[in-house]
Design a protein around this ligand. Structure first.
Ligand code: B4P
Length: 196
C-alpha cells in the first residue's frame, strides 16, 4: 500500500501531478480543493460558508476541512492506497491527519509513506495561476487572491514541512519544466526513497 501526500505552494502542480500519479500507481486521489469546489457548486451549507474564504485566498477552518476529509475517507475504498492533494495545509491539520488515519487503520497499513513537496519559484507560481485564471473561472485565480494565498502558504502551510521532516517521510522534488518529466522525476524519487 502506498499513501502519498502531494504538497506545495499554490500553483506548484499538486492537482496536475496527483492525477498523473494516481493513474501511474492506481491510487485513489483526494483533493481537498476539489471537494470544497464541489460543495460550493452544490451550494451546500458548507459550500456557502467557505465560498468567500476561498475567493479571498484564505484557508478554510481546520475543523471543517478535517470533517470533510473524514467523511470522504469513510466513503472511499483505498485498497492500493491514496494520494492526498492539498491536505494538510496547517500543522493542526497534519496532527489531525494522523488521528484520521489511525481511525481508518487496517493492521498498520494506512500510515503516510511519503510527502512529496513540489518546488517551484514564486514568479512561475504567479504566472501559472494567472494563466489558469484566464480559462478556469476560479474565483481565487486573480492577482489579489494569489498574493494572499502565497502569504498564507508561507505563514500557515510551510511549517508543515518541519512536521514531516521530523517524521522522516519528507521528499523535495524540483517541479519546473515539462509535466511528464516532472511525473517521472517524482516516481523515481519515490522509488529511491522507499528503497533507502
Ligand atoms: P487547491 O485546489 O489545492 O489549489 P491550488 O493550490 O491552487 O492548486 P494546485 O497546486 O493543485 O495547482 P495545479 O496543479 O492546478 O486549493 C484551493 C483553495 O481551497 C485554497 O486556496 C484554500 O482556500 C482551499 N483549501 C484547499 N485545501 C485546504 C485545506 N487543506 N485547508 C484549508 N483550506 C483548503 O496547477 C496550477 C496551474 O499550473 C494549472 O493551470 C496547471 O495546468 C499549471 N501547471 C501545472 N504544472 C505545470 C508545469 N510543470 N508547467 C507549467 N504549468 C503547470
Amino acid at each position: 500500500m502506498l499513501n502519498l501526500i502531494i504538497f506545495g505552494a499554490p500553483g506548484s502542480g499538486k492537482g496536475t501531478q496527483s492525477l498523473a500519479l494516481a493513474q501511474h500507481y492506481g491510487l485513489e486521489h483526494i483533493s481537498t480543493g476539489d471537494l470544497l469546489r464541489a460543495e460550493i457548486k452544490a451550494q451546500s451549507e458548507l459550500g456557502k460558508e467557505v465560498e468567500s474564504l476561498i475567493s479571498n485566498g484564505q484557508l478554510v477552518p481546520d475543523s471543517m476541512i478535517t470533517a470533510l476529509l473524514r467523511s470522504k475517507l469513510n466513503n472511499t475504498p483505498t485498497r492500493k492506497g491514496l494520494i492526498l492533494d492539498g491536505f494538510p495545509r496547517t500543522v493542526p491539520q497534519a496532527e489531525g491527519l494522523q488521528e484520521l488515519l489511525d481511525e481508518q487503520k487496517v493492521s498498520g497499513e494506512k500510515d503516510i509513506t511519503v510527502v512529496v513537496d513540489l518546488k517551484v519559484d514564486e514568479k512561475e507560481l504567479i504566472e501559472r495561476l494567472l494563466n489558469r485564471g484566464k480559462v478556469s473561472g476560479r474565483s481565487d485565480d486573480n492577482l489579489e487572491a494569489i498574493e494572499k494565498r502565497l502569504a498564507v502558504y508561507h505563514s500557515s502551510t510551510e511549517p508543515v514541512i518541519d512536521y514531516f521532516k521530523q517524521k522522516g517521510c519528507y521528499l523535495e522534488v524540483e517541479a519546473v519544466g515539462n509535466i511528464a518529466d516532472i511525473t517521472e522525476r517524482i516516481v523515481m524519487s519515490i522509488a529511491s526513497f522507499i528503497l533507502k
